[in-house]
Design a protein around this ligand. Structure first.
Ligand code: GLU
Length: 484
């Protein structure tokens, strides 16, 4: 092993959102780089001008940063190998394509769209592989110059030598071979002067000194073309690692039809970045044991490409939800407070003006009962407004003839509490039940219904303590008037 610095890149095309599969690729690159004390580079592959989306690059960077995967080099960050936007590197590609043309490794193609369509139709009819027939290779230097001078539109193609074995090693899949006959004379420079993915990708990986190309399996069929380019340029190839496909639970390729695929969707739904990262990391990788809960630091220490599986990884939403709850439990109340305030400001309680102390009490009381920060609101709206109605079923089952009386006495007694504590409320409630010779539930259930409108929630003494005596008295009073 040489001790060359490890340099990897995440090279998304800016489509407007970050796909979950893209986040996985970014994450594995990040983890691999950080584990090896190397560099994680962000390069934007924006040479397809038809697919240009305004604001997509900014969005990508902010989503990656949200997830904690900040690049060491990239647009906005800079670095020694920039620019990191391919659309700003056109001169570099032009310079490199010239060399390939001079060496006969690529060539101008002036074929019209009509000819290409005709060729394809003919090949289809003959049921042979549809690919370019090297028609334009026959032109002499003079003919080519002549056409160029006359501004005949052209593309530049890769000159693939027929019937050659193309072989490369993949860290995850082992040896991969292709016959060059199956490979088209790929366009390297398009008629608009922009490079195609294949050409720009290889030139940049070389110039940016990328040591390992870690990307999704869908790119494996492009790799022989890339390998040819490295060889034609006489450049050292990087190592390749193609990550397994992401699958829906029915084993079909992960698609929008069966659920959300944009990272932004998961952010909006309130998933914690730590949980999402933990979940994504396990889509195709494990440390060789059954550990499932990881922080980003733990992942960085444990990650290796040897631990990546060949077979597709099934996206299991239940596991993500479970991990979200686990991670939420490990976050400090102060951190949850910040997130909860943000959720409140986006909710119908945006005018809520309770204190931080009040919210912290809710957080503590509900901690074991929520899987998402927004459930601190959804599961207990009664902390943000008094109940306006009462659960029918609970009412039928729990509101007894003696409930009004019990609640009235309870109200009178708690009003006397000078500095109320949870224990204070508990003492009063227990004593009253003892006096009346009834089980605690006889009072707890109607009390909970009066205070919250529902039959479940945090411990009753937490509930009453958080609401406080004054608010609790009002709510009991209102319930006594409304529940008949
Ligand atoms: N631009 C390609 C993409 O959108 C990059 C593939 C690669 O990593 O080579 O995923």
């Amino acid at each position: 092993m040489s001790d060359k610095e490890i340099r990897v890149r995440f090279a998304p095309s800016p489509t407007g959102y970050l796909h979950i599969g893209g986040l996985r690729t970014a994450l594995y690159n990040y983890l691999f780089a950080k584990n090896k004390k190397g560099k994680f580079i962000l390069r934007i592959e924006d040479t397809d001008r038809n697919r240009y989306v305004e604001g997509a690059v900014e969005n990508l960077i902010s989503t990656l940063n949200w997830a904690g995967l900040q690049a060491d080099e990239g647009p906005k960050y800079g670095g020694d190998y920039g620019p990191y936007l391919q659309s700003e590197r056109l001169d570099i590609y032009n310079e490199h394509i010239k060399k390939l043309i001079d060496d006969g490794k690529s060539y101008y193609c002036f074929c019209t769209q009509e000819r290409l369509t005709e060729l394809r139709e003919k090949q289809k009819k003959e049921t042979i592989q549809t690919k370019y027939d090297k028609h334009c290779l026959k032109f002499s230097k003079e003919e080519i110059d002549n056409k160029l001078n006359n501004n005949i539109p052209f593309v530049i193609r890769l000159n693939v030598e027929p019937n050659k074995k193309i072989l490369f090693n993949d860290i995850i899949r082992g040896e991969v071979t292709f016959n060059s006959d199956t490979i088209d004379d790929q366009i390297l420079i398009k008629s608009d002067g922009f490079p195609t993915y294949h050409f720009a990708n290889v030139v940049d990986d070389h110039l940016m000194k990328i040591t390992h190309v870690i990307r999704g399996e869908e790119w494996i069929s492009s790799t022989p073309k890339h390998v040819l380019l490295y060889d034609y340029f006489n450049w050292e190839r990087p190592q390749f690692a193609h990550l397994p496909l992401l699958l829906n639970s029915d084993k079909s390729k992960l698609s929008k039809r069966q659920g959300d695929v944009a990272v932004e969707d998961y952010m909006q739904k309130g998933y914690l970045k730590n949980a999402l990262i933990n979940f994504i990391a396990l889509l195709g990788w494990n440390a060789g044991d059954d550990k499932e809960y990881y922080t980003l630091d733990e992942l960085t220490n444990a990650f290796s490409l040897e631990g990546v599986n060949k077979s597709g990884a099934v996206f299991n939403l239940e596991k993500l939800n479970w991990l979200n709850a686990e991670h939420l439990r490990n976050i400090s109340n102060d951190e949850i407070l910040i997130m909860l305030k943000d959720e409140i400001s986006k909710s119908k309680y945006s005018n809520f003006n309770g204190t931080d102390e009040y919210l912290l009490l809710i957080i503590e009381a509900m901690k074991e009962r929520v899987s998402f920060v927004k459930e601190y609101i959804e599961k207990c709206p009664y902390f943000f407004e008094p109940p306006s109605e009462y659960d029918e079923k609970v009412m039928k089952k729990r509101w007894k003839e003696d409930s009004p009386d019990l609640l009235k006495i309870f109200s009178q007694r708690i009003e006397q509490l000078v500095s109320p504590t949870k224990e204070g409320y508990e003492r009063i409630l227990k004593k009253l039940c003892e006096e009346k010779e009834i089980g605690l539930g006889r009072l707890i259930h109607p009390l909970r219904l009066a205070l919250s409108g529902v039959g479940i929630g945090p411990g009753i003494f937490d509930l009453i303590f958080i609401l406080g005596t004054e608010e609790s008295l009002k709510r009991i009073d209102k319930a006594l008037n409304q529940i008949k």
